[in-house]
Design a protein around this ligand. Structure first.
Ligand SMILES: Cc1cc2nc3c(=O)[nH]c(=O)nc-3n(C[C@H](O)[C@H](O)[C@H](O)COP(=O)(O)O)c2cc1C
Length: 211
């Protein structure tokens, strides 16, 4: 599968080079960087939670891209205290749905990725709790990568809700050292909600609080 991903990335790079050549586009490095930067910002600003999906499957290459995006996230002291469980098996998705308060999403989804904190890989002492931020950063990376691939996704919480942690842990036979932070439900979008405008200047201060 690794070879497939590399082929996939090489194909994308070749397409980019070909597109540049055929459009006679002689963009400077600065212009290209600016365009890539704008594409990244657009991806962040247009992502929105998608909760309805078509029955189209998601290929193994795309799943690996999503998992690689998750693992590219920053973590405290680079501990990478996580484990990802990618679920495409319909019976297992049904099992997760049975314990969920939003069963319909999991029944429709082609894929769910359960992001778990791995307590055998966390820092010691007070630093142990960094697994929550680390796994949250991975989750956001996966949501953005899904959007970039044209997929729809939504973060559904497990941690810190005891009954959701118990239900996911039971369905996936998690050892007690793995704590499910969330289930990312993913599929080809069957809805196109407008991204929410969350910009609130009153939530920002400059240089000190209230200024
Ligand atoms: C920690 C966290 C837990 C969430 N849990 C759920 C959930 O259980 N079910 C759900 O439908 N959406 C859940 N969401 C998605 C939020 O409802 C959604 O991100 C929020 O309404 C903003 O909408 P947007 O993602 O479209 O910008 C969760 C998001 C976060 C960050």
């Amino acid at each position: 599968m690794k070879k497939n991903i590399i082929n996939h990335l090489q194909a994308l790079a070749l397409m980019l080079v070909a597109a540049t050549a055929t459009t006679g586009c002689n963009k400077s490095d600065n212009e290209t960087t600016e365009n890539n930067g704008q594409a990244m910002i657009d991806c962040i600003m247009t992502r929105t939670s998608i909760r309805a999906y078509t029955d189209q499957p998601i290929g193994a290459d795309s799943i690996e891209v999503l998992l690689r995006a998750g693992m590219a996230a920053p973590t405290a002291v680079n501990a990478q205290p996580w484990h990802f469980i990618a679920i495409t098996d319909k019976a297992k998705l049904e099992e997760l749905a049975a314990g969920s308060f939003q069963p319909q999403m999991l029944q429709q989804a082609a894929l769910a990725i359960v992001v778990c904190g791995d307590l055998t890989k966390t820092l010691e002492g007070v630093g142990q709790q960094f697994w929550i931020q680390d796994c949250s950063a991975a989750t956001e990376n996966i949501l953005l990568a899904a959007h970039a691939l044209g997929l729809g996704a939504v973060w559904t919480a497990a941690y810190p809700i005891e009954e959701r942690i118990a239900s996911v842990s039971e369905a996936l036979h998690l050892p007690s050292t793995l704590i499910p932070l969330c289930t990312i439900v993913i599929g080809h979008p069957a809805e196109q909600p407008e991204p929410k405008d969350k910009w609130k200047p009153e939530n920002v201060s400059y240089n000190e609080y209230g200024k």
